[in-house]
Each structure stands twice: as structure tokens, then as C-alpha cells.
Design a protein around this ligand. Sequence first.
Ligand code: 6MZ
Length: 351
Amino acid sequence: MDWWVSMPKVELHAHLNGSIRNSTLLELARDLGEKGTIVFSDFEHVIRKSDRSLREVFKLFDLIHIVTTDHKTITRITKEVVEDFAAENVVYLELRTTPKRNDSIGMSKRSYMEAVVEGLRSASSSLDINFASDDPERSSARTKKKIYVRLLLSIDRRESTAAAMETVNLALEMRDMGVIGIDLSGNPTIGEWETFFPALKFAREQGLSITLHCGEVPNPVEIQAMLDFLPGRIGHACCFQDEEWKKLRLSKIPVEICLTSNIRTETISSMDVHHFAELYKAKHPIVLCTDDSGVFSTNLSNEYALASNTFGLGRAELFELAKRAVDFIYAGKRIKMELIELFESAARTLE
Ligand code: 6MZ
């Protein structure tokens, strides 16, 4: 396991609130329980349950949002999540989150995102973090772990076109704060592609990168429409049929693969039938990711170890896979070059 931790890694599919530490989640829930806002024992039971269907996961997210969504907590969670990824040698992280509006506590989508950015700033006390500049200047802080962090704003599938557009406009306003793209996520059984399409199209026209949760449930019409849109990457690609595989393979759209998440949510019935193997064999662009490291009790090193054990891949092969992920990041050329250098230097020192 230590080797997988030491290896530099790139994380491109991590939801902020899904990556919350279990200890933090329980602490926040206990506090709210004491205030009488929630019944802690009910909450604890749901948090501690380890196997949840996809439907139950979305119920859990609604609970998580009750305890996490105030500015101070969002700042704390962001700081902790970035620290956790850096601690396991994730050197580049694209962290995604859904900007939330909650009038009762004076929260707008913008103030939610400012709380996230504040969390990145406060992580700099323990990390050498770059989140807003494209200039990969070397810092003198050699003792601190170095991590590049960029933000993707998620559109939740429950949202209207207008709300999705608000998120895109916010992303455009926050480009100098490390926001580089848009994600479409949320319960895949809810919402229509047509609702999000105008906002996604506009986002792309304005130069934002796009990633879509695609094929978490069987929905051939939507999958085809999403692939036709040619997003920069897609997440999951679990419920594809022959036609969709063909289209995906031709398109060469990189796929963010979340092994533990897919098994836990029963989106894929078992690891031996996971599409990782086929995509890997076909040399289709893929990247291993965590999805929700807190909710699924995993981390990126664990996902690499799992891929190694399940698919019989060695260290060298998985090191190459991690390095190739640099090609699919949404940050610019200079950061890519810096990361490649970092991987090459790690290859010389890691045995
Ligand atoms: C689809 C997911 C997801 O945005 O509050 N999310 N959407 N499929 C998944 N696979 C299991 N895991 C997480 O993080 C939590 C939100 O991310 C999306 C859901 O909308 C969830 O509410 P943020 O930081």
C-alpha cells in the first residue's frame, strides 16, 4: 500500500461534500444533534452503513448537505479534503462542487464558492498549494507538499436551465480563482439532457471545460446525446451498450473511472465485469478517481491498489496510467509540463 501512496497521482473526479472525512461528518452531525436540529442517532446509522445503492447514496447526500452547508463548514471541509489528497501524494486535483443557495442563512451560490476558495487559501498554511495561477513557479517551501488544485462547478440534475446558467456565469466570474470547468452530476434518474444543454453549450463557447456524469443508469438516448456533445471527459460510463461503446471508442473521450464507487452503488455488479479492463486493453484514455472518498471510505492510493490486485497490473503499468492522466487535466500547458517533469523525477526515485 505504501508504494501506491508514494506514487504521484492525479485526481480528476472528486466531489467536495462526498470527500468529507467521516470523523468531521460525525462531529458536525453530533453538534447539530445537540442543538436539536437533527436526531443524531438516525443520522449516525445512515453514515456508518457501508453498502448503499445509488438511490440511497443520493438520500445520504441530502443528509450530508444539512450538516455541511454553511460557510464556515464549507471552508473547513475544503481545507481538509485538499490536505487529505495532498497527504497521499495527489499532485494535481480537480475538485468539483455544486454551488448552493440557501436564503435562510444568507448563502448565495457565489458566497458558497467564496467559502470554498477560502478553504483553499487556508490550506496553504500546511501545503504548497497552487490554485489560481497558471504559472508553475517553484516555491521555496520545499518542506511542504506541493499540490495544484483547480475547481469544477457542478450543475445538479435537479436544477432548472436558469439555475444551471447561474452556475456557468459564476464559473466565468471566478476564473481567476481557479475555476476551470463545469460538471453535470446528481441523481441520474432525475432531469433531462435538454434542460442542461443550453448552459453547457454556453459554458463551452465561453472557454470552460466540461465533464459529464454519463451512463450511471441505462439511458441510451441521453448517453448518445452526451457523447455527441463531445465533452472533454465523462465520468463512470457504466451502463453502456454496444452502440454506445462504439461511439465512445471512436470519440476517444477520456473516462473517469471510480471503481469502489461503482461497486458500492451496485452500478457495476462485480469487479471482474468492470469496464476498466476492456477500456485499458483497448488503450482508451482512462483515469482512476475516487468520486466520493468519504462516503465510500476510499482514497486514490487505494483505488490504484485495487486496480492492481483486480486486473493484475504492476506498478510500472499503473504509474504510466497515473502519468497519462496529465493529458486529460483541464489546466494549461505549463502546468502539464510541470507535472510531467514531476512524474519523471518520481520515476527515477521510486523503486
Ligand atoms: C452523481 C454524484 C455522485 O457537489 O455537494 N455526486 N452525482 N453520481 C455520483 N456517484 C455516486 N457522487 C456525488 O458533492 C456532493 C454532490 O455531488 C454529486 C451529487 O449531486 C451530490 O449531492 P457537492 O460538493
